[in-house]
Design a protein around this ligand. Sequence first.
Ligand code: OAD
Length: 267
Amino acid sequence: MISNHEQSFPSPPPSKLVQHVRAARRIAVLTGAGMSAESGVPTFRDARQGMWARFDPAKLATRQAFERDPAGVWSWHQGHRRDIMRATPNAGHLALREMAHLDWIEDLTVITQNIDDLHERARSPNVIHLHGSLFAAQCSSCGKPHPLPDCEATSKSLDVQEGPPKCNCCGQMVRPGVIWFGENLPEREWMDAMSCVEQADLMLVIGTSGRVQPAALLPEAARRLDCVVWVINPDREAMRPADRSWRAPAGHAMPALLRELRVPGCR
Ligand code: OAD
């Protein structure tokens, strides 16, 4: 999952970054698949291991694909959900939760593109899902939310070959609660994310290639509002156009940053 890095890890957090977090009151954190990479969840665009190197998104992650092959698309998402149930939050997720509780931080909101539940399981207090969640499902026709079996209960027995259930309300097929290519982001979540960025004095962009819109607009919006933006990613490609970046994997970077922040001293 970690690609294109010649530099050896771990490197210490840049002192400017430590200063910026110490000076911040409201932090917006945009996360992508790299945040969960060290939990064993594959990213999407890694050239060899990435989801979209192994599977065709046009056959799995569009509304048209679901209409053509509802059982195949449903069962692929359930397989992904089962793999995520077996994963656990990594040190990066846990450090982000701890950062939210530092005594000078008024708000730290995680705006995630991830469809896993690892920020929630790490107990981060504020999490906005821009791309929905594998742990939600809704009717493909009337939109009514459809309960999925409890994770604990199903992690061993989930039958990923079963087709989609039927909506309790209108009897149509239930679909995964994720945002597919060509679909709009949920309005409420997008508004909440924008408002969080507007109020933030610091934004951390962790583990995203920045290749998917409109999520990739958020760091740009933050820069326009004079919010300090730091990119944390092991891949140099993901840094552009960031002038403030730290080439490091999230599972190393976030605990190392937290340790520095906890050192008593000048604030
Ligand atoms: P990508 O797969 O496009 O990018 C993952 C990023 O994580 C890359 O920049 C990697 O360099 C970086 N990375 C890898 N390992 C890392 C680590 N240990 N720590 C930090 N960073 C690491 O994933 P996203 O940017 O999240 O949509 O992709 C955006 C959206 O495209 C996803 O939400 C998904 C996909 O289609 C849906 O699921 C709806």
